[in-house]
Write a protein that binds this ligand. Structure first.
Ligand SMILES: Cc1cc2nc3c(=O)[nH]c(=O)nc-3n(C[C@H](O)[C@H](O)[C@H](O)COP(=O)(O)O)c2cc1C
Length: 357
């Protein structure tokens, strides 16, 4: 099969169930730390993935090897970039990174629902801080893949000072990042989601705009699936007004009955999908050029097809990667290849056209 490496498929398909048995017997965050550590130790020695040129796409002025990326929060500190870019990810988003280091909320703060292939987290932007994350990014092997950096405000920063946090972070990362994301949609920093409201967001966009003029880079905003439709419309309005390059939809959702924090994975699919489909319509109706990166509960090839049919292109996954391992990417790549064959398409744009007919 063109563009896929049988060795990697076999290796991850055989080893992941074994690895998962051990990892899932541990506390979820401990397993995460050990995984990041092993990715960090092995990443730079691993070979490049042989990308299939048919899956290439251009978006926001960037060349993506394929439309499936890794969502923010898995590699918050940019420690595993070399490993992650050796997998068939088209792009990898690191962060959320804040200006100063912070430890996040008290543990335990990451919970699994294996039967529902879902997670709940109330991490609270634990990260090494901008200085160290930037150093990791500068020194990482990244194999020509697109790397996004997701930016957040420190917990101690008052909302009125948030614009400053985001503009400082933009300035710091603009040179090294391929794209940047303003994240105001995590449920785990008190009051953060208030910044998604019109005036809060406008002030952030206004402050970042000054830096963006000096160092232009694609800029996106990540939204919550718990927003009212009017709020989503108002985000699209602001994105158009400030000529942002796109919206990432969605972050995790609050499910009070499950406990504190944000839920991701299959339990999020329906809500995230509705949010995405609403946003795609709003983008289209406002003749906007904004890209919509679809994330939230995407776990199988059919979820990708739903998003492509609805008008989207770039997608990200997180929870599916935890529950299915790297094999999920090889599987999605294989199924995309099959669809290309079935439809007789030769490029991703041709494929999208055929899907939307
Ligand atoms: C443990 C965990 C930590 C996360 N941390 C972040 C984060 O720091 N910044 C962010 O924008 N999203 C974060 N997310 C949200 C994901 O990027 C993604 O939007 C969400 O999990 C939905 O995708 P999924 O259903 O494929 O997991 C986190 C998710 C999880 C499960």
């Amino acid at each position: 099969m063109k563009g896929t490496s049988f060795n990697s498929i076999n290796f991850y398909n055989l080893s992941y169930p074994f690895f998962k048995n051990i990892a899932f017997a541990l506390d979820a965050e401990r397993a995460h730390e050990l995984t990041i550590h092993s990715m960090k130790m092995t990443g730079k020695f691993l070979p490049d993935h042989k990308d299939d040129p048919r899956f290439h796409l251009k978006a926001m002025g960037l060349d993506f090897a394929n439309p499936i990326g890794l969502a923010a929060g898995l590699d918050k500190n940019g420690e595993a970039i070399a490993f992650l870019t050796h997998l068939p990810f088209g792009f990898v988003e690191i962060g959320t990174v804040t200006s100063r280091p912070q430890t996040g909320n008290d543990k335990p703060r990451l919970f699994r629902y294996p039967e529902e292939e879902s997670l709940r987290n109330r991490m609270g932007f634990n990260n090494f801080g901008a200085e160290r994350v930037l150093e990791n990014l500068e020194t990482s092997r990244r194999r020509g893949k697109i790397i996004g950096v997701n930016l957040g405000k420190n917990k101690v920063t008052e909302n009125t000072d948030a614009p400053k946090d985001y503009s400082v972070l933009y300035r710091k990362f603009a040179r090294e990042a391929d794209y940047l994301v303003i994240n105001v949609s995590s449920p785990n920093t008190p009051g953060l989601r208030d910044l998604l409201k019109d005036e809060g967001l406008r002030q952030i966009f206004e402050a970042v705009e000054v830096e963006r003029k000096k160092q232009p880079k694609p800029l996106l905003v990540k939204v919550s699936p718990d927003m009212a439709l009017e709020e989503l419309s108002s985000v699209v309005g602001l994105v158009n007004e400030y000529k942002l390059d796109g919206i990432i939809a969605t972050n995790t959702t609050i499910m009070k009955e499950r406990g504190e924090g944000g839920v991701s994975g299959k339990l999020l699919t329906k809500k995230a999908r509705e949010t995405r489909e609403f946003l795609l319509k709003e983008i289209k109706n406002s003749h906007s050029k904004a890209e919509l990166i679809g994330v939230g509960g995407i776990s199988h090839f059919e979820d990708l097809m739903d998003f492509w049919r609805a008008g989207g292109r770039l997608t990200q996954i997180y929870s599916a990667f935890i529950f299915q391992g790297p094999g999920v990417l090889f599987e999605m790549e294989k199924q995309l290849g099959n669809e290309f064959k079935k439809r007789g398409t030769k490029t991703f744009e041709e494929f999208l056209e055929s899907v939307r007919k």
